[in-house]
Design a binder for this molecule. Structure first.
Ligand code: NAP
Length: 224
């Protein structure tokens, strides 16, 4: 499958690139500066410009011909609410609109725990959770085959390939290694039970493949 990863240079997106390549996919790695492109190309991906704050055309070109897109970008906790609105909300919505325009079928959003109801999260990040909430809602009504993956706090630990998922939410907070989130995102692309679902995910006892397959038995709760 030809997959575009938006936000492929660092963090979860970078790990996802390696995971998708290992799984045999063809990967376009979205970047917004030339620097990281060399390493991504050396890894076997095709670096493509995909700046969520830039003009439409490069982003449209990056999406054209892709069968799936995975949104892993984020403005980061060190930036203010303005950047959150530009990247996590407006940038995400533009990528959804452009994906629809060019006929991409599948869209997997890396969202966040508590995006179903931003009041559940810490007050300091309500603006971020509200941005994620709005982007998820727009994705859910886009007509794309969508999934929203909502992890708790991301860590740099090695993954265990074991998680706990909750639809629409888990009854606890916690953390999960970025490596496991990357495996969940890759797993969504090949597990039809994840289409049309939003779910929270933390480290837990269930192998990732079984956890995603088990979503077939969860109530279809839409974006909430
Ligand atoms: N941190 C947490 O605990 C947590 C919890 C739940 C969900 N999340 C979500 O998980 C996702 C990944 O987080 P992470 O910490 O693994 O990633 P990260 O290390 O913060 O990397 C963010 C990525 O987004 C890219 N990016 C930033 N602004 C962009 C723009 N304008 N256009 C295109 N790409 C842009 C960055 O590219 P550059 O290298 O060019 O800057 C980078 O590749 C984010 O959506 C975040 O909101 C995070």
């Amino acid at each position: 499958m030809q997959v575009l990863v938006i936000g492929a240079t660092r963090g979860t997106g970078r790990l996802l690139v390696d995971r998708l390549l290992a799984d045999g996919h063809r990967v376009r790695a979205g970047t917004r500066a030339p620097g990281p492109a060399e390493g991504l190309a050396a890894a076997g991906a095709e670096p493509v410009p995909a700046d969520l704050e830039g003009p439409d055309e490069p982003l449209r070109d990056a999406l054209r011909g892709a069968q799936a897109v995975v949104f892993c970008a984020g403005s980061g906790s060190g930036t203010g609410p303005d950047a959150t609105l530009r990247v996590d909300l407006h940038g995400a919505v533009r990528s959804i609109d452009l994906a629809v325009q060019v006929g991409v079928e599948r869209y997997v959003m890396l969202s966040s725990m508590a995006a179903d109801d931003p009041r559940r999260g810490p007050a300091a990040i309500t603006h971020y959770l509200a941005a994620k909430h709005a982007a998820d809602r727009i994705l859910a009504t886009s007509g794309l085959a969508w999934t929203s993956v909502r992890p708790g706090g991301l860590t740099h630990e090695l993954g265990s390939d074991h998680v706990e998922v909750g639809v629409p939410r888990l009854q606890r907070r916690g953390t999960i290694p970025r490596q496991d989130v990357a495996a969940v995102l890759a797993g969504c692309l090949v597990q039809p039970a994840t289409v049309g679902r939003a779910f929270e995910v933390l480290s837990g006892p269930v192998p990732i493949g079984a956890a995603l397959a088990g979503l077939a038995d969860a109530p279809a709760a839409g974006h909430r």
